[in-house]
Design a protein around this ligand. Structure first.
Ligand code: CAA
Length: 383
């Protein structure tokens, strides 16, 4: 297997929202990058997005002219998978979040990429072990989960599958550092890893508030933005894509608990083909760019504190299961979502009994057992 210093050629499989961003940061780091997609049209779109983003960075003086030019030269788009991976030392897959598609891709990657190459998956929720199981090299398969927009968000969750070796974990972390990212290790292959898992009950909770007609998405977003966060939760869903959110919630419904499933308002929009920013309509109208949220409309039905309590509670589930620790969880939430502080730090001065009491109230008000406080939360042992 390669160590990070020997890696010079990277292949990115899928040129969509995540793939084009991952390819861009690899180019900026000086790697030769083969970018693959199944259709020329998808590839062209991805390449254009890379060129536009590089131009934006150059225009703002964030990269110099040489880096701009070198990054463009290092990019090799192709619709031939064999050409993309046959000399790659590190491959990152970013194809749609459907296990069957990912497994088909991994089977081919295993055949076409050098035996020694590391195969990374940018899955945002799915089991690394399930993806690795179709290859003859599960020890060199690893989760490398980036955040959207890749060029700006600093976090990569590096996830250990059941058979991933320590050497693979270390090389993946080192490559991520070279990409200008901060890797956070996820030591157990659990659904949705750290950041998406901690945000999972937030989607359920806020979706229940909206479905009950107690507050609108804009009123909730106004409350969250007013608290100083960079994006409101519904604006973020539109930004990432409602189809992606729907599929993630559906996956968690199947593998974690039915209560993690999609909420009605989301389901309606997805069925109508309103997928957020990319279609121009979601919870908001995006036809004139980012929605202007009127902060004076903020709801008082629920508070920003409630959101922090729900995140903290989910974090304690990950600590209880040995997936991560308090420090890494807080760091991941800040780097991956722009939250000003992580959930554990945010709640450190609030007595655990007060948090548990409010969570019990929310769990019964919205009939969601997944919001009930964990044993670790009740004892305050997370602090
Ligand atoms: N390329 C280059 N530059 C870009 C860019 C791109 N693609 N996109 C934005 N920028 C630049 C802008 O030009 C701007 O530059 P200046 O500051 O020099 O003017 C800067 O980045 C900031 O952008 P904006 O002013 O448009 O907006 P902002 O200040 O709100 O920052 C943001 C944007 C970083 C996205 C911020 O809103 C944020 O942190 N939002 C939360 C994002 C988040 O939670 N992401 C995680 C999503 S979940 C996920 O990804 C997991 C998954 O599995 C899908």
């Amino acid at each position: 297997m390669y160590n990070a210093a020997e890696i010079q050629q990277v292949a990115v499989i899928g040129a969509g929202d995540m793939g084009h961003g991952i390819a861009e940061v690899a180019l900026l780091a000086g790697y030769r990058v083969h970018l693959y997609d199944i259709k020329q049209e998808y590839l062209d779109r991805g390449v254009k997005r890379i060129h536009d983003s590089l131009a934006k960075l150059a225009e703002k003086g964030k990269i110099d002219a040489d880096t701009h030019e070198r990054s463009r030269q290092l990019l090799h788009p192709t619709t031939d998978l064999s050409e993309a991976v046959s000399a790659a030392q590190f491959v990152i897959e970013a194809v749609p979040e459907v296990l069957k598609i990912k497994q088909e891709v991994f089977q081919k990657l295993d055949q076409l990429a050098p035996e020694t190459a590391i195969l990374g998956t940018n899955t945002s929720n799915m089991s690394i072990s399930d993806i690795a199981s179709v290859t003859r090299r599960p020890e060199r398969v690893v989760g490398v989960h980036f955040f959207n927009p890749v060029v700006l968000m600093k976090l990569v969750e590096v996830i250990r599958g059941e058979k991933t070796t320590e050497e693979t974990m270390q090389t993946a972390c080192e490559v991520c550092r070279k990409l200008g990212k901060e890797p956070i290790r996820v030591e157990k292959d659990v659904p949705s890893f750290i950041v998406n898992r901690i945000n999972a009950p937030i989607r359920v909770f806020l979706g229940a508030v909206v479905d009950a007609g107690e507050a609108t998405p804009e009123e909730i977003d106004a409350m969250v933005r007013d608290a100083g966060e960079p994006m409101g939760p519904f604006e973020l869903l539109d930004y990432v894509g409602l189809d992606i959110t729907y599929d993630s919630m559906d996956y968690r419904r199947q593998v974690l608990d039915p209560e993690y499933g999609p909420f009605e308002a989301l389901e309606k929009l997805v069925k109508a083909g309103h997928l957020g920013k990319k279609t121009g309509q979601g919870f908001y109208d995006w036809s004139n760019g980012r929605p202007a949220i009127d902060l004076s409309k903020k709801t008082d039905v629920i508070s920003f504190r409630d959101i922090q309590f729900v995140k903290l509670n989910e974090a304690t589930k990950l600590i209880e299961q040995g997936v991560s620790n308090a420090k890494d969880i807080d760091r991941a939430m800040v780097l991956g979502t722009g939250d000003r502080v992580g959930p554990i730090e945010a709640c450190k001065d609030v007595p655990p009994e007060e948090i548990a009491e409010r969570l019990d109230e929310l769990a019964s008000r919205y009939r969601k057992a997944i919001l009930q406080p964990t044993a670790l939360l009740r004892t305050g042992g997370y602090r």
